[in-house]
Design a protein around this ligand. Structure first.
Ligand SMILES: [Zn+2]
Length: 260
């Protein structure tokens, strides 16, 4: 992962998507904003109890650093499902209802999604010039948001599975994600046979979400997968973590845009 500051905003980028390839992407952090307390500082969620004026200023700063006008982004209302929406220029400045993945083949359509433990999965196909972001917490893995995104990109956007690259962004890691037997069983059964996504640590079950998402990607035919290996709960200095901060926290952003 490439870690850098841009106009005071700390962000990460994947090695697999390089500058000059026509795709802008940024994994924002919690560093560089104006929010206070539990939301300090770069919270991008309007629905977690943070001061809305601070959230607007955070959007202005973070998107401004990336050269994006805040009013032009497309975002979904994420509901832990598997609905994938194909968006374009006509959708700029809108909030898509009940959607957990956005994909596009149009340049100049910045996608913005928000995370705070659930797994962000970024998709790029440089041949077809397509990209997208999926949201996959344990419910999303069970619902199949990641394979659903691959299906839409191949069937509707014309991507070849072998051309797809996927990046697994910062998410709660197996080190910090203790779960009960029902959740463990549900996620395990949503993964390919032979892939174990439950770790036993000190006699307790921990879920390995990045492993589950990676297994779903490979089962869907995506071989080029880059894992950020960043645990949100281990790294609350840089990321928001719903689990580590007991529900009172913000959300960091993932931004992607195809450039002209
Ligand atoms: Zn951890």
């Amino acid at each position: 992962m490439i870690r850098e500051y841009l106009d005071g905003i700390l962000l990460y980028r994947f090695e697999g998507v390089r500058e000059g390839e026509g795709v802008e992407h940024a994994i924002l952090t919690r560093v560089g904003g104006v929010s206070q307390g539990a939301y300090a500082t770069l919270n991008l969620s309007r629905s977690v109890g943070d001061d809305l004026a601070a959230v607007e200023e955070n959007h202005r700063r973070a998107l401004g650093a990336l050269g994006i006008e805040p009013g032009q982004t497309v975002s979904p209302h994420q509901v832990h499902g598997a609905r994938v929406e194909v968006v374009g220029r006509a959708h700029r400045g809108t909030l898509r209802s009940a959607t957990d993945a956005l994909v596009t083949v149009e340049a100049g359509v910045p996608l913005l999604m928000r995370f705070g433990d659930c797994t962000p999965v970024l998709f790029v196909d440089l041949e077809r010039r397509a990209m997208g972001i999926a949201h996959a917490g344990w419910r999303g893995v069970v619902a199949g948001s990641v394979p659903a995104t691959v299906e839409v990109m191949t069937r509707q956007l014309g991507c070849e599975r072998t051309d797809l690259w996927a990046g697994i962004g910062p998410t709660i890691g197996p080190c910090c994600y203790e779960v009960g037997p029902e959740v463990a069983a549900a996620v395990q059964s949503a993964c390919p046979v032979g892939v174990d996504v439950v770790r036993h640590i000190d006699g307790r079950m921990h879920l390995d979400l990045p492993a589950a998402v990676g297994a779903q990607l490979r089962a869907a035919g995506v071989e080029r997968v880059e894992d950020s290996r960043l645990c949100t709960a281990c790294r609350v200095d840089e990321f928001f973590s719903h689990r580590a901060e007991r529900g009172r926290t913000g959300r960091f952003g993932i931004v992607m845009e195809l450039l002209k």
